[in-house]
Design a protein around this ligand. Structure first.
Ligand code: MF3
Ligand code: CO
Ligand code: CO
Length: 253
Protein backbone atom coordinates (compact mmCIF):
# COMPACT_ATOMS: atom_id res chain seq x y z
CA UNK A 1 0.00 0.00 0.00
CA UNK A 2 1.25 3.44 -0.86
CA UNK A 3 0.83 6.06 1.81
CA UNK A 4 -0.92 9.23 0.64
CA UNK A 5 1.41 12.13 -0.03
CA UNK A 6 0.58 15.46 1.57
CA UNK A 7 -0.32 18.17 -0.93
CA UNK A 8 0.69 21.57 0.40
CA UNK A 9 -1.08 24.81 -0.51
CA UNK A 10 0.39 28.07 -1.80
CA UNK A 11 0.05 29.39 1.77
CA UNK A 12 2.10 26.44 3.01
CA UNK A 13 4.67 27.18 0.29
CA UNK A 14 5.06 30.67 1.80
CA UNK A 15 5.84 29.15 5.20
CA UNK A 16 8.26 26.68 3.62
CA UNK A 17 10.03 29.49 1.74
CA UNK A 18 10.51 31.38 4.99
CA UNK A 19 11.98 28.48 6.97
CA UNK A 20 13.99 27.33 3.93
CA UNK A 21 15.67 30.74 3.72
CA UNK A 22 16.39 30.61 7.45
CA UNK A 23 18.25 27.32 7.23
CA UNK A 24 20.23 28.59 4.23
CA UNK A 25 21.10 31.66 6.29
CA UNK A 26 22.43 29.49 9.11
CA UNK A 27 24.60 27.53 6.67
CA UNK A 28 25.91 30.80 5.19
CA UNK A 29 26.64 32.05 8.71
CA UNK A 30 28.79 29.05 9.71
CA UNK A 31 30.72 28.90 6.42
CA UNK A 32 33.70 31.09 7.45
CA UNK A 33 34.12 29.00 10.61
CA UNK A 34 34.28 25.62 8.88
CA UNK A 35 38.08 25.49 8.69
CA UNK A 36 41.00 23.37 9.92
CA UNK A 37 41.37 23.28 13.71
CA UNK A 38 37.67 23.77 14.45
CA UNK A 39 35.84 20.85 16.07
CA UNK A 40 32.49 19.58 14.92
CA UNK A 41 31.30 20.46 18.45
CA UNK A 42 32.20 24.11 17.75
CA UNK A 43 30.24 23.99 14.50
CA UNK A 44 27.21 22.66 16.35
CA UNK A 45 27.48 25.49 18.92
CA UNK A 46 27.53 28.06 16.10
CA UNK A 47 24.54 26.41 14.42
CA UNK A 48 22.60 26.30 17.72
CA UNK A 49 23.32 29.96 18.52
CA UNK A 50 22.42 31.20 15.04
CA UNK A 51 19.27 29.09 14.88
CA UNK A 52 18.13 30.63 18.15
CA UNK A 53 19.12 34.13 17.11
CA UNK A 54 16.91 34.07 14.03
CA UNK A 55 13.99 32.67 16.03
CA UNK A 56 13.98 29.14 14.61
CA UNK A 57 14.15 25.81 16.43
CA UNK A 58 16.41 22.90 15.54
CA UNK A 59 14.41 19.87 14.43
CA UNK A 60 17.40 17.62 15.13
CA UNK A 61 17.81 18.35 18.84
CA UNK A 62 15.91 15.65 20.70
CA UNK A 63 14.67 13.96 17.50
CA UNK A 64 14.49 10.27 18.44
CA UNK A 65 16.95 11.15 21.20
CA UNK A 66 19.47 12.84 18.87
CA UNK A 67 21.69 14.95 21.16
CA UNK A 68 22.81 17.92 18.97
CA UNK A 69 21.39 20.74 16.81
CA UNK A 70 22.81 19.52 13.49
CA UNK A 71 24.69 16.62 11.92
CA UNK A 72 28.34 17.03 10.93
CA UNK A 73 29.62 14.18 8.78
CA UNK A 74 33.29 14.11 7.93
CA UNK A 75 35.17 12.02 5.32
CA UNK A 76 33.96 8.39 5.61
CA UNK A 77 30.84 9.38 7.58
CA UNK A 78 27.86 8.97 5.24
CA UNK A 79 25.41 10.90 7.46
CA UNK A 80 24.23 11.56 11.04
CA UNK A 81 27.69 12.40 12.40
CA UNK A 82 27.21 13.60 15.99
CA UNK A 83 29.22 16.77 16.68
CA UNK A 84 32.05 16.10 19.12
CA UNK A 85 35.02 17.94 20.66
CA UNK A 86 37.17 14.99 19.60
CA UNK A 87 36.36 15.45 15.92
CA UNK A 88 38.61 18.29 14.75
CA UNK A 89 38.65 19.38 11.11
CA UNK A 90 41.96 18.99 9.31
CA UNK A 91 43.40 20.10 5.99
CA UNK A 92 42.13 17.84 3.19
CA UNK A 93 38.88 16.83 4.92
CA UNK A 94 35.50 16.93 3.24
CA UNK A 95 32.63 17.58 5.64
CA UNK A 96 28.85 17.81 5.45
CA UNK A 97 26.81 20.04 7.74
CA UNK A 98 23.09 19.15 7.79
CA UNK A 99 20.64 21.54 9.48
CA UNK A 100 16.89 21.30 9.82
CA UNK A 101 14.97 24.27 11.20
CA UNK A 102 11.37 24.60 12.35
CA UNK A 103 9.67 27.97 12.05
CA UNK A 104 5.96 28.71 12.37
CA UNK A 105 5.19 24.98 12.13
CA UNK A 106 7.17 24.40 8.93
CA UNK A 107 10.39 22.41 8.42
CA UNK A 108 13.36 23.23 6.20
CA UNK A 109 16.08 20.61 5.72
CA UNK A 110 19.35 21.46 3.96
CA UNK A 111 22.94 20.29 3.91
CA UNK A 112 26.13 21.38 2.22
CA UNK A 113 29.66 20.06 1.80
CA UNK A 114 32.73 22.01 2.86
CA UNK A 115 36.23 21.27 1.61
CA UNK A 116 38.90 22.00 4.22
CA UNK A 117 42.06 23.50 2.71
CA UNK A 118 43.63 21.44 -0.03
CA UNK A 119 41.70 18.21 -0.57
CA UNK A 120 42.75 15.46 -2.97
CA UNK A 121 41.44 15.78 -6.55
CA UNK A 122 39.26 12.67 -6.20
CA UNK A 123 37.75 14.04 -2.96
CA UNK A 124 36.90 17.32 -4.69
CA UNK A 125 35.44 15.41 -7.62
CA UNK A 126 33.23 13.44 -5.21
CA UNK A 127 31.93 16.66 -3.62
CA UNK A 128 31.16 18.12 -7.05
CA UNK A 129 29.46 14.98 -8.36
CA UNK A 130 27.28 14.86 -5.21
CA UNK A 131 26.26 18.49 -5.79
CA UNK A 132 25.63 17.96 -9.49
CA UNK A 133 23.59 14.84 -8.65
CA UNK A 134 21.33 16.80 -6.34
CA UNK A 135 20.87 19.62 -8.85
CA UNK A 136 20.31 17.27 -11.81
CA UNK A 137 17.70 15.40 -9.77
CA UNK A 138 15.94 18.65 -8.85
CA UNK A 139 16.00 19.48 -12.56
CA UNK A 140 13.79 16.51 -13.49
CA UNK A 141 11.16 17.25 -10.82
CA UNK A 142 7.82 18.64 -11.97
CA UNK A 143 4.10 17.82 -11.86
CA UNK A 144 3.65 14.52 -13.71
CA UNK A 145 7.25 13.29 -13.49
CA UNK A 146 7.94 9.94 -11.85
CA UNK A 147 10.19 9.63 -8.81
CA UNK A 148 12.11 7.08 -10.86
CA UNK A 149 13.63 9.96 -12.86
CA UNK A 150 15.59 10.99 -9.78
CA UNK A 151 17.45 7.69 -9.48
CA UNK A 152 18.06 7.57 -13.22
CA UNK A 153 19.82 10.92 -13.51
CA UNK A 154 21.86 10.37 -10.36
CA UNK A 155 22.92 6.87 -11.48
CA UNK A 156 24.03 8.15 -14.85
CA UNK A 157 26.11 10.92 -13.32
CA UNK A 158 27.66 8.96 -10.45
CA UNK A 159 28.33 6.01 -12.77
CA UNK A 160 30.21 8.20 -15.28
CA UNK A 161 32.62 9.15 -12.52
CA UNK A 162 32.97 5.64 -11.05
CA UNK A 163 31.16 6.59 -7.85
CA UNK A 164 28.37 4.69 -6.08
CA UNK A 165 25.03 5.70 -4.52
CA UNK A 166 24.01 4.92 -0.94
CA UNK A 167 20.74 2.96 -0.75
CA UNK A 168 20.18 2.71 2.99
CA UNK A 169 19.26 6.39 3.45
CA UNK A 170 16.90 8.37 1.28
CA UNK A 171 15.20 11.71 0.79
CA UNK A 172 11.78 12.19 2.34
CA UNK A 173 8.57 14.10 2.31
CA UNK A 174 8.69 17.09 4.66
CA UNK A 175 6.55 20.13 5.42
CA UNK A 176 4.64 20.32 8.69
CA UNK A 177 6.58 17.25 9.89
CA UNK A 178 10.25 16.35 9.63
CA UNK A 179 9.92 13.03 7.79
CA UNK A 180 6.83 11.86 5.92
CA UNK A 181 5.94 9.96 2.76
CA UNK A 182 7.31 9.53 0.16
CA UNK A 183 10.72 7.90 0.51
CA UNK A 184 12.79 9.54 -2.20
CA UNK A 185 15.26 6.93 -3.45
CA UNK A 186 18.42 8.23 -5.11
CA UNK A 187 19.19 5.01 -7.03
CA UNK A 188 17.35 3.27 -9.85
CA UNK A 189 14.51 1.07 -8.70
CA UNK A 190 11.13 -0.02 -10.09
CA UNK A 191 9.12 1.17 -7.07
CA UNK A 192 9.89 4.83 -7.73
CA UNK A 193 8.77 4.53 -11.35
CA UNK A 194 5.19 4.00 -10.16
CA UNK A 195 5.18 7.12 -7.97
CA UNK A 196 4.20 10.34 -9.69
CA UNK A 197 5.02 13.87 -8.53
CA UNK A 198 2.13 16.25 -8.15
CA UNK A 199 1.96 19.99 -7.65
CA UNK A 200 2.09 20.77 -3.93
CA UNK A 201 4.27 17.82 -2.91
CA UNK A 202 7.25 18.82 -0.79
CA UNK A 203 10.28 16.59 -0.27
CA UNK A 204 14.04 16.54 0.07
CA UNK A 205 16.64 15.37 -2.41
CA UNK A 206 19.82 14.42 -0.55
CA UNK A 207 21.99 11.95 -2.45
CA UNK A 208 24.89 10.34 -0.60
CA UNK A 209 27.60 9.52 -3.14
CA UNK A 210 30.51 7.23 -2.23
CA UNK A 211 33.98 6.57 -3.53
CA UNK A 212 33.63 2.85 -2.89
CA UNK A 213 31.32 0.54 -0.98
CA UNK A 214 27.77 1.78 -0.36
CA UNK A 215 27.09 -0.19 2.81
CA UNK A 216 26.95 1.76 6.05
CA UNK A 217 28.20 0.62 9.44
CA UNK A 218 26.35 2.29 12.32
CA UNK A 219 28.56 3.23 15.28
CA UNK A 220 27.86 2.32 18.90
CA UNK A 221 26.30 5.79 19.40
CA UNK A 222 23.36 4.52 17.34
CA UNK A 223 23.62 7.34 14.76
CA UNK A 224 26.98 7.79 13.02
CA UNK A 225 26.85 5.96 9.68
CA UNK A 226 30.28 5.25 8.16
CA UNK A 227 31.24 3.55 4.92
CA UNK A 228 32.17 -0.05 5.66
CA UNK A 229 35.36 0.22 3.57
CA UNK A 230 36.46 3.59 4.96
CA UNK A 231 35.96 5.29 1.57
CA UNK A 232 34.83 8.91 1.35
CA UNK A 233 31.16 9.90 1.20
CA UNK A 234 29.64 13.23 0.11
CA UNK A 235 26.10 14.61 0.35
CA UNK A 236 24.13 17.76 -0.41
CA UNK A 237 20.49 18.37 0.41
CA UNK A 238 17.71 20.76 -0.56
CA UNK A 239 14.03 20.89 0.36
CA UNK A 240 11.89 21.45 -2.75
CA UNK A 241 8.24 21.94 -3.66
CA UNK A 242 6.62 20.70 -6.87
CA UNK A 243 5.06 23.32 -9.13
CA UNK A 244 3.33 23.00 -12.51
CA UNK A 245 6.45 23.83 -14.42
CA UNK A 246 9.16 22.32 -12.22
CA UNK A 247 10.42 22.45 -8.68
CA UNK A 248 11.04 25.36 -6.37
CA UNK A 249 14.07 25.13 -4.08
CA UNK A 250 13.02 26.44 -0.66
CA UNK A 251 16.38 26.09 1.11
CA UNK A 252 18.23 28.93 -0.57
CA UNK A 253 18.39 32.68 -0.20
N1 MF3 B 1 18.62 16.16 8.46
C1 MF3 B 1 18.60 14.72 8.33
C2 MF3 B 1 17.84 14.42 7.06
O1 MF3 B 1 18.26 14.89 6.05
C3 MF3 B 1 18.01 14.03 9.50
C4 MF3 B 1 18.81 14.17 10.72
S1 MF3 B 1 17.97 13.43 12.00
C5 MF3 B 1 18.99 13.73 13.30
O2 MF3 B 1 16.81 13.84 7.01
F1 MF3 B 1 18.32 13.37 14.34
F2 MF3 B 1 20.09 13.01 13.13
F3 MF3 B 1 19.30 15.00 13.35
CO1 CO C 1 16.51 15.26 4.96
CO1 CO D 1 19.02 16.89 6.39
Amino acid sequence: MTKPFTIYTERDFDGLRTVGKMVAETLDFITPYVVAGVSTYDIDRLVAEHTKKIGAVSACLGYNGYPKSCCVSRNDIICHGIPSKKEVLADGDIVNVDCTHIFNGYFGDCSRMFVIGEAAPRARELVKVAYDSMMAAIGVCRDGASFGEIGRVISALAGRHGFSIVEDFCGHGIGRVFHEAPNVLHYENPLSDKMIMRRGMVFTIEPMINEGAIEPVIAADGWTARTKDGGLSAQWEHTIGITDSGAEIFTKL
